[in-house]
Design a protein around this ligand. Structure first.
Ligand code: 13P
Length: 252
């Protein structure tokens, strides 16, 4: 199994209008030959135009969700094939905001992941505990359950990325200690190796997400089994995202 590059992924969430595509041009200018993979996941309205803008550069694009069906009567939804058609190479699935706002279950996330793999997309599956779950000492049980339930069996290291995003760290400025991040990432790695075998399990990239900023990125990237980041707010501006990318490159 080929070694996977580290991944700096930006999740724009429900942010971004046409004018913000200028940030993508800045990012391209800042990273003509990046030492890691750079992914931007804009809102669906910008996906085609962003994909056109990054064509021929090392930057790739992705969606933030997809439907489990290929097509049909699902008003407002987008299929994995549509994302691929709009230029996406990846899709984020099971983000805690989708699990909370849209009641997405592990079963739904697994079905979406199958559809995405079928459409040729790489899949980033998000896992994370709430503060109440952490304080009750249930973090690893929650993560283990989400991992077992959300990840389909038919994938390789290349097509699967896991993002550990503690719900209490998202958009809050609160970041787990490096020991807490390391504990969860080591646990995810062990579970992946158990399930898929040592080689395939080792080649799955495990990203950390939740209040990653230019000033804390290097510390997070120094933790074992952290293969990159899924960045929300700090991915919206090249001035913030570029130093995070540089920290990841420096950690490689
Ligand atoms: P923030 O970086 O804004 O905390 O968001 C993290 C996230 O949810 C990325 O998917």
């Amino acid at each position: 199994m080929p070694h996977q590059p580290k991944l700096a992924a930006g999740n724009w969430k429900m942010n971004g209008l046409s004018a913000d595509l200028a940030e993508v041009s800045r990012l391209i200018g800042n990273h003509p030959a990046p030492g890691c993979e750079i992914l931007l996941c804009p809102p669906a309205t910008l996906l085609s135009r962003m994909s056109e803008r990054v064509a021929g550069t090392p930057i790739v694009t992705g969606g933030q969700d997809c439907h489990a069906a290929d097509s049909g009567a699902h008003t407002g939804d987008i299929s994995a094939r549509m994302l691929a058609d709009a230029g996406a190479g990846y899709v984020i699935l099971g983000h805690s905001e989708r699990r909370t706002d849209h009641g997405e279950t592990d079963d739904m996330v697994r079905a979406k992941a199958r559809a995405a793999l079928e459409a040729g997309l790489k899949v980033i599956i998000c896992l994370g505990e709430t503060l109440a779950e952490r304080e009750a000492g249930n973090t690893l049980d929650v993560i283990g359950g989400q991992l077992a339930g959300s990840v389909p069996g038919d994938l390789s290291g290349e097509t699967l990325v896991i993002a550990y995003e503690p719900v209490w760290a998202i958009g809050t400025g609160k970041v787990p200690t490096t020991a807490q991040i390391g504990e969860v990432h080591d646990f995810i790695r062990a579970r992946l190796e158990e399930r898929f075998g040592a080689e395939a399990g080792r080649s799955v990239r495990i990203l950390y997400g939740g209040s990653v900023k230019p000033d804390n990125a290097a510390g997070i990237f120094a933790v074992a089994n952290v293969d990159g980041a899924l960045v929300g707010g700090a991915s919206l501006k090249a001035a913030d995202f570029s130093p995070i990318i540089a920290a990841l490159e420096a950690s490689a």
